[in-house]
Design a protein around this ligand. Structure first.
Ligand SMILES: [Zn+2]
Length: 110
């Protein structure tokens, strides 16, 4: 079982990442809507713009997925199952949970 102190370290780390993600989601959303305004440019430019837009859209989707997972971690962190490997049911080492708060398996069950 993780101590309250360890959980608070993880919670802080997760909250920090959520904050960073919210900022990138905002930036990406702005970039995508800016691109739309410039869609009248010539073909070469347009295709280049579209490529950038696609990359931004994919990054936005990924950021939103990650945000959802992290919000779930914040809900799960106080449950007794948090930090327990779903395969072998052994506690996952704190160092691994700290580095990967979304981990649901230990290193051996990876
Ligand atoms: Zn395991």
């Amino acid at each position: 079982m993780m101590t309250a102190e360890e959980k608070s370290v993880i919670r802080k780390r997760v909250r920090h990442e959520i904050q960073t993600l919210r900022e990138s989601i905002e930036t990406l959303t702005d970039l995508i809507s800016d691109d739309e305004v410039q869609s009248d440019a010539n073909d070469w430019f347009t295709s280049k713009e579209n490529t950038g837009k696609e990359i931004n859209k994919q990054a936005l989707v990924k950021a939103k997925q990650r945000l959802k997972i992290l919000n779930e971690v914040l809900k799960r962190i106080d449950s007794p199952a948090y930090g327990i490997c779903t395969v072998c049911k052994k506690p996952i080492p704190f160092e691994r949970m700290k580095a990967m708060p979304t981990a649901t398996r230990c290193l051996s069950c990876g």
